[in-house]
Design a protein around this ligand. Structure first.
Ligand code: GUN
Ligand code: ZN
Length: 404
């Protein structure tokens, strides 16, 4: 092997983004004039409809992969496009770039007028998910497929029942589930209130847990498990957190997105104490940062600013964990990547503080390892990400992909 002297640099595990929307690549910082429901209807559904155009989808897939490489996001759970042609572009761009990806087309069988281009019949939705699994799912490789109902308001009881049956059939093959949970708690017409009214359930999580009949009665197989990631989980009951912990379901925690959409702050202490795995997600495009350490930065600030006893200074090691190993755990691939343990597949970043002077300056003032890690995570910006490796292979930044 070639031994390289990288003194002055840091090695970090590659970042794992557990919630990022590929079809929203071009619409970060979109002004919807309100919170989640307004923003989806005015900005997001129309923008996602544009990916029906194969040429545009290819351009967006290329831009998406380029942002991932620049930000050192070596693995990700990618919320996909409704259009198979756009999913093809996504998978092919990832294959060419050498990045890990788990993705699935966003399933919508009901919705407002602006979502019409994204909606299919239930039969078509099921056929398309099966086809995506058959075509792209590669359990031992870098690319896997997820079943992705957009959220409970984009599907029906019948769709959830059918997806539960499908999941029971394909779960052993390592297929994933991804969706949104408990994001917006505006009284009356917010997301959570609408889910509870529409399904007549006690809790939002029940709809994903097979309990989607009135009174939270069981209506079919559930979608929770070790390969299930629920994004947001800002406003969970204790029972919902306990159920996620018991089933091994992970939370994609997206504080940058919560700030952007006014969704509130996930109670860090209570959520972590419940024993549920909490990993970070950018939630691009409601999150307007691609760099996962910037999400860790917001994570630190929002939880320190939480009211009363909820306020907590998240330790730098926990921030690093949430941005890396917790994500690998959420993807149920902790044995393959997530830290620098011997025997893993070597997903890592070379950080060069000299390439970004403000970072070099603050690191000089950090005297303990904890302070150093904190300054590194809080102050990291893209110019300092010098090299990115996935499974021991250099994937960028820059053009030359070469063996390490
Ligand atoms: N809930 C349903 N769809 C979305 C989405 O695209 N982004 C976010 N943040 N929440 C959602
Ligand atoms: Zn999202």
């Amino acid at each position: 092997v070639v031994v390289r002297d990288l003194r002055g640099c840091f090695l970090l595990p590659g970042f794992v983004d557990t919630h990022v929307h590929y079809p929203q690549t071009a619409v970060t910082d979109a002004y919807g004039g309100g919170q989640l429901m307004e923003w989806l209807e005015h900005c997001i559904f129309p923008a996602e409809a544009e990916l029906a155009d194969p040429g545009y989808a290819e351009a967006i897939a290329a831009a998406f992969v380029a942002r991932r490489v620049a930000c050192g996001t070596t693995a990700a759970m990618v919320f996909g496009s409704a259009f198979p042609v756009a999913q093809r572009a996504l998978y092919e761009a990832h294959e060419a770039a050498g990045l890990r990806v788990v993705s699935g087309r966003g399933i919508q069988t009901v919705g407002p007028d602006s979502a019409a281009p994204l909606i299919t019949t239930e039969a078509e939705a099921l056929a398309l998910v099966r086809e995506e699994i058959d075509t792209w799912h590669d359990p031992a490789g870098l690319r896997q497929v997820a079943i992705v109902p957009r959220f409970s308001l984009s599907v029906t009881r019948q769709t959830l029942a059918a997806l539960g049956e499908l999941y029971a059939e394909v779960a052993d093959g390592g297929v994933y589930v991804h969706s949104h949970l408990n994001e917006n708690n505006r009284a009356g017409d917010g997301e959570i209130a609408t889910v509870k009214a529409m399904y007549e359930v006690d809790s939002y999580l029940d709809t994903y847990d097979g309990r989607f009949l009135p009174g939270s009665r069981v209506g079919g197989a559930g979608l929770l498990g070790r390969r299930t990631i629920m994004a947001h989980a800002v406003h969970c009951t204790d029972a919902e957190l306990d159920r996620m912990a018991a089933t091994g379901t992970s939370i994609a925690h997206c504080p940058t997105s919560q700030l952007f959409l006014g969704s509130g702050t996930m109670p860090w202490r209570r959520t972590v104490a419940a024993g549920v795995n909490v990993a970070l997600g950018t939630d691009v495009g409601a999150g307007d940062e691609w760099l996962l350490s910037r999400v860790a930065n917001d994570c630190y600030k929002v939880h320190l600013s939480a009211p009363g006893d909820d306020a907590v200074a998240v330790h730098p090691a926990e921030l690093l964990f949430a941005a890396t190993l917790a994500g690998a755990r959420a993807l149920d691939q902790e044995d393959r990547f997530g830290n620098l343990d011997a025997g893993k597949e070597a997903d890592f970043l070379v950080i060069d503080p000299a390439a970004y002077a403000p970072l070099a300056l603050t690191l000089e003032q950090a005297s303990t390892p904890d302070q150093q890690l904190f300054a590194l995570l809080m102050g990291l910006r893209e110019p300092a990400i010098r090299e990115v490796y996935v499974a021991g292979r250099r994937v960028g930044p820059g053009q030359a992909a070469s063996e390490a």
